[in-house]
Design a protein around this ligand. Structure first.
Ligand code: L34
Length: 312
């Protein structure tokens, strides 16, 4: 009788794998930040330069505000110097370009970012191209994106870097796996597809990049051993799109007003977590997943900039 029950249970757990593991962005980003803190301490002890990150924030988008304030707070935590430059949403492109020139020339600032999105009247392309590639710790400049594509040392932009690092630190095998990426943005989908395909670890995956014109999306996502979702649509990925035992990385982050929460808002990702998670071997939560890894990766890039390790 007992044997029968355990056989039934085994079959049941094969059908519905209830024992998924969280890819814990809080835990892993905490480890990375602790490593950086140690290194900064030792740099300072040897009389070296304190890393210094600057951030430009335009306008008062509440999500951007949260992310940038968190970046500054994390600088303090790891022992970096930080500078926050704020502009109203009506700042001119010329004014912004002048500040960028200033930051490029400021010897104390190792790296800086211009938080996106920018207001419509400012060309993001022009701004990104004005940032000195040596200080482009966001890794958005065409030169750094080109270096990434060629597998040369570069600032890997923070979200793709965070995704790769969390897979690495959980020892998720990627070689020879089917990796499906949803979304082809310059900031996430496109670079993460290159990183997953390149010769390295993590890497060596067979990558399929899906986008708004992809046909038979569900048939493709169902083949994914690793599914990276950066499509920008709340709860877009449902259980029927996911293979049993898949690793799912949810890059989406959407805010909904919720007066029952202390913060006044509730966050969801691009994945319908409650129904997808039971099918997964590993899955990132939102919040507490990729977002926190993004911040840790930015701190890492700033440290690399200060040490001059990318552009020697
Ligand atoms: N230039 N613009 C530039 N660089 C970036 O790397 C970003 N990004 C994205 C938006 N624009 C950018 C970020 O910083 C997204 N992003 C980001 C950063 C941090 C978090 C999420 C996205 C984050 O901290 N997320 C928390 C929840 C925070 C909350 O309460 O809203 C989390 O646990 O996921």
């Amino acid at each position: 009788m007992r044997d029968e029950i355990s056989v039934l249970c085994t079959q049941h757990s094969k059908l519905f794998n209830m024992s998924y593991q969280l890819l814990d962005g809080k835990k892993i980003s905490g480890q990375i930040l602790a490593e950086i803190t140690e290194e900064v301490k030792s740099i300072k002890q040897k009389g070296g330069k304190q890393p210094h990150l600057a951030a430009i924030l335009v306008g008062a988008d509440p999500a951007s505000e949260t992310y940038v304030v968190s970046k500054v707070r994390h600088c303090e935590k790891v022992g970096f110097n930080s500078t926050l430059v704020r502009y109203n949403a009506d700042v001119t492109e010329a004014e912004l370009l002048k500040k960028i020139q200033e930051l490029n020339e400021n010897k104390d600032i190792d790296g800086y970012i211009v938080q996106l999105p920018l207001p419509k009247h400012i060309s993001e392309r022009k701004i990104i191209e004005a940032v000195s590639p040596q200080k482009d710790v966001d890794g958005f400049h065409p030169l750094n994106v080109g270096r990434l594509t060629l597998n040369l040392p570069t600032y890997i932009s923070a979200t793709p870097y965070g995704i790769i690092e969390i897979l690495k630190r959980y020892n998720i095998p990627t070689e020879g796996k089917n990796c499906v990426v949803l979304g082809r943005s310059n900031i996430v989908g496109s670079p993460v597809s290159i990183l997953m395909a390149r010769n390295g670890n993590p890497g060596n995956a067979t990558v399929t990049l899906c986008h708004s014109k992809t046909k038979n999306l569900k048939e493709i996502t169902k083949q994914a051993d690793i599914l990276i979702v950066a499509i920008g649509k709340p709860e877009f990925v449902t259980a029927d799109m996911v293979k049993e035992g898949a690793v799912v990385v949810d890059v989406g982050i959407h805010r909904f007003t919720d007066s029952s929460k202390k913060s006044g808002y509730r966050l969801t990702g691009d994945v319908k977590f409650d129904e997808v998670a039971p099918k997964c071997s590993f899955i990132t939560p939102v919040p507490g997943g990729v977002g926190l890894m993004t911040i840790a990766a930015l701190m890492k890039n700033t440290l690399l900039a200060c040490k001059g390790e990318i552009y020697k």
